[in-house]
Design a protein around this ligand. Structure first.
Ligand code: KG4
Ligand code: ZN
Length: 348
């Protein structure tokens, strides 16, 4: 998959422009992915083997099964990524691998693979933060966002508002105090008997429903806070669903989705105001959501904010975003030792 031929952004003095070719490996959850990315921006290949069909029957990701699947798939996925990019190991600048946050048993499969390849081919190794990867998916598209910007990262495990004044500088403004946005989609779908993963199912169902049918609660925290809380909404939807069996599930799904998007939009645009920035960047699997994309686009236009959202395939877990971060870290002079380890709770 090719996106663009743009050179990396040069609006940051600490990261000079330069040509690189990174292999990225991503195994933090239930996607086994490998990608080759040129200069942090041009995707030469991005192979993603999803395990979703295996985990679906359990209603969620089973960590032990995920690790075993990664073990079975990773070598083939890496070989396919190199071949699709027309690249050999010797052409690479280095090997980048997600080292957290994520499932430890899943992370170590990618890390062991990356270490073995880096050692065998005498290549630099970089351990990449998965959440930084989600944000850097925006640098795989044209135009790339310029700094500073506010980023809303919405995934299955995280809901963060991050301020980035320059490359690789992350200031956490707010985060969820309980469930992540993707988690609340998944748990709500499960409670409604809609299957797994919940985000895509609710998105599809909600398209047929009335988002104004039910006025679900939007959690208000202390004045000025950029934190989130979704557990009250989750409970309210569950209670409503159980006690109103005749209400079309489409209406419940659409009203729930509207409540989540309302809260995400309120925090994200307020953070832009607070920081005085006119650029908002979205990242993570929940940024695939069609209501969210529509709503953010409309509100950004109305407020005169420049909005960046990765293509859906780059919002969900993939290795191209990991290789992109590696480019910018490498040009900054970073490297990691072969003792690199997994950290399930690696902070941004
Ligand atoms: O970023 P991601 O692929 O993996 C993590 O790092 O967690 O995000 C996965 C999450 C899941 O919770 C999934 O339900 C959610 O993203 N998701 C969506 C949609 N597609 C995926 N949520 C809402 N609407 C969607 N269309
Ligand atoms: Zn992710």
């Amino acid at each position: 998959m090719k996106t663009n031929n743009q050179q990396p952004t040069t609006n940051n003095q600490r990261v000079p422009a330069g040509h690189t070719l990174w292999l990225g490996i991503e195994t933090s959850c239930d996607e086994t992915s490998a990608a080759v990315v040129q200069s942090g921006s041009e995707v030469l290949s991005n192979i993603i083997a999803s395990q979703v069909d295996i985990h679906r029957r359990f209603g969620g990701v089973v960590p032990e099964i995920a690790s075993r699947q990664h073990l079975e798939l990773v070598n083939g996925v890496v070989a396919e990524a190199l071949q699709a990019a027309g690249t050999e190991l010797g052409d690479l600048t280095g090997i980048a691998v997600t080292n957290g946050p994520g499932l430890v048993g899943a992370l170590v499969v990618g890390i062991a693979t990356a270490k073995a390849m880096a050692f065998a081919a005498s290549l630099p190794l970089l351990g990449i933060n998965h959440m930084a990867g989600h944000i850097y998916a925006n640098f795989l598209q044209s135009p790339q966002p310029e700094f500073p910007f506010v980023c809303l990262v919405v995934s299955g495990g995280h809901t963060d508002i991050v301020y980035m004044p320059e490359h690789l500088s992350f200031e956490l403004l707010g985060r969820t105090r309980d469930d992540a946005a993707g988690e609340v989609f998944d748990k709500t779908a499960r409670a409604m008997g809609l299957g797994y993963p919940g985000g895509p199912v609710i998105d599809r169902l909600a398209a047929e429903g009335n988002p104004a049918a039910v006025d679900f609660p939007r959690a208000r925290l202390e004045e000025g806070s950029f934190d989130f809380s979704f557990s009250g909404l989750k409970t309210a939807v569950l209670r409503y669903f159980q006690s109103n069996p005749d209400v079309p599930p489409e209406d419940t799904a659409a009203s729930f989705q509207r409540a989540v998007v309302d809260v995400l939009a309120e925090r994200a645009f307020r953070a832009c105001d607070d920081k005085g920035v006119e650029r908002l960047v979205l990242a993570g699997g929940v940024a695939v959501n069609s209501e969210l994309r529509r709503r953010f686009a409309a509100e950004a236009e109305q407020r005169g904010i420049e909005l960046h959202i990765p293509a859906p395939i780059l919002c969900t877990d993939n290795a191209a975003m990991i290789a992109s971060v590696a480019h910018f870290r490498y040009l900054r002079g970073d490297s990691d030792p072969l003792t690199l380890d997994a950290d399930a709770n690696l902070p941004l």
